[in-house]
Design a protein around this ligand. Sequence first.
Ligand code: DGY
Length: 328
Amino acid sequence: MPAPSAASRPRVWVSQPLFDDIVARLGEHFEVGATAQVTVWSPAQVAAKLRGCDGAVVTLNERIGTAEIVQASSLRAIANVGVGYDNLDVEALRARGIVASNTPDVLTETTADMGFALLMAAARRITEGERWLRDGRWTQWSFDTLLGSDVHGSTLGILGMGRIGQAIARRGAHGFGMRVLYHNRSRLPERIERNSRAARVDFDTLLRESDHLVLVLPYSPATRHVIDSTALAKMKPTATLTNIARGGLIDEAALADALASGRLASAALDVFEGEPAVDPRLLALDNVVLTPHVGSASLATRRAMAELAVDNLVAALGHGPRAGDPPT
Ligand code: DGY
């Protein structure tokens, strides 16, 4: 049978460079508009790129809402590379019958590793110490240089006990002998609680009792600024706060106040409300570890995410079994 002509094949857009060999798989079924270089697309450019497409692979950089999809009447599927999908207007996509998918599971352990690394960096003042050394301020070993807080045997608090939260809990409980508390909308099955040695508590208890609090919950208008000045005031002054989810969970101005005044010992942030812009007040503080949204950034995991997103798109457009766990 002759191969379908280019014009009759579905068209897909890939918004950012992924891995060429993985993106090439899309070419077996579709006309592919790939993106060769990291690009900051404006909403109007995203809309223009989607026009005439049947599907797209996008990242958290590209917001896909009503304005973008009304102009893309042929659009049938969006594959988001990432587990978080607050960049997608899921309701608007669902209303138009567009299948949206994300890439859960494949990044769980890698992101949990990063959460733990950040927690430890904040507790033991690792990046602060490195800056101090590089600045030439180390003149002699001294007893009270950069005293931090212990991780082992302390209380780990997890806000949002999904897959990544559970993976962090396992690290804390089994690797560091931590007592693990979590807060979630609902209680997890006993088997999971036992496996991660975690106990569910209310939000205030979590804030009050955690020595190290990690945020791993999805971002939505309902969770925006869940950590605000009121929440921060309930935390121990010796505590650390780590965020590997989405920047908008924290009121960054309130956090900067708490860190500057010593109301909170330290924080570690991989995500920011206006990223890639970072609040200059946070940049000026020593007691906050700042990383550029790299929670899932190991080579193996990024490849697995790209593979899964491609599989999801291929399946959603009717060319293979669905591999992912789509939100719509
Ligand atoms: C995620 O998977 O949501 C990460 O933030 C990177 O996309």
